[in-house]
Design a protein around this ligand. Structure first.
Ligand SMILES: [Zn+2]
Length: 284
């Protein structure tokens, strides 16, 4: 009997697979760790970049604030050194904000203020466009009401169009003469050239939950808040209750007029209408 040939050591296929799995797992783990490290480095880099950008912005802001304060102090000092007559003239420029426009005091129909957009199609005099927006945001964000603007600057052409539409509607509804329709229309829509909206300093603000222009508007959260806080932003309630003999306009708890903070606080505190306040100032 032929001695049997030495048997080749038997290979165990299970081991090979095991080894392959271990190598694969190790490779995957290495890849994962490398990727994690790379990511951490990238995050670190981004954080550092963000930090340095932030500190840049902050230092810029600080210097801006310092510039602004210095600028204001300088302006106040310059103002104090001005001769009385010139100072009065500069202050009078500010008085322009007290311009009265009503049925007896029409404005120059060609006057067009320097306008800025409040939102969408609504524009106001650039001096108060952002202020009215800020006031409305503060009311909304404070949870006091849902203010929305429903009328702002009106051009002479637009006021003519509003007035003509009113005349047509009244003439149709009442079967009256044009003269009679004009007389009745002027009670509801200001005659072109006599609407304060043409100054660009007036805005009608209503509450989204009660979008109607009537006396009940005063009970909305927006109007309760505005009545108290509008002067802090330079606005007055222009047509208060019981003053239509003086203003020529019915009580409008939604119509706010910009006169600047100083005058708004003074007028509101005095309880006078704009007409009375201006007359009082002239007579001083
Ligand atoms: Zn109005």
């Amino acid at each position: 009997m032929k001695p049997s040939e030495p048997r080749a050591p038997r290979r165990e296929p299970g081991r090979e697979i095991q080894a392959a799995i271990i190598i694969l797992a190790a490779a995957l783990a290495c890849g994962f760790v490398i990727q994690m490290l790379l990511q951490l480095r990238a995050v670190g880099r981004e954080e550092r970049a963000a930090e340095s950008m932030m500190s840049g912005v902050l230092s810029e802001l600080h210097s801006l604030n310092a510039d602004e304060t210095a600028r204001r102090t300088e302006a106040a000092e310059r103002m104090a050194k001005l001769p009385e007559e010139k100072r009065q003239r500069l202050e009078d420029l500010h008085l322009e904000l007290l311009t009265v426009v009503n049925a007896w005091t029409p404005m120059d129909p060609d006057y067009v203020p320097e306008l800025a957009t409040v939102i969408e199609e609504y524009q106001l005099d650039a001096r108060c466009a952002s202020v009215v927006w800020e006031m409305m945001q503060d009311c909304r964000e404070g949870g006091f009401g849902y203010p929305m603007i429903c009328s702002a600057y009106r051009s002479q052409e637009f006021q003519v169009e509003l007035f003509e539409n009113k005349i047509d509607r009244i003439a149709m509804e009442k079967y009256c003469t044009r003269e009679e329709a004009i007389r009745l229309a002027s009670k509801e829509v200001a005659f072109p050239g006599t609407s304060e909206h043409q100054l660009g300093l007036a805005a009608d603000i209503i509450d989204e939950t009660y979008p109607y222009l009537n006396e009940h508007q005063e009970t909305t959260g927006t109007q309760v808040w505005l009545k108290e806080h509008a002067p802090d932003y330079g606005f007055i309630l222009r047509y208060p209750e019981g003053t239509s003999d003086i203003t020529g306009i019915i009580y409008e708890p939604w119509h706010y007029r910009y006169v600047g903070v100083k005058f708004a606080k003074e007028i509101t505190k005095s309880g006078m209408t704009l007409e009375e306040y201006v007359a009082w100032r002239r007579g001083r």
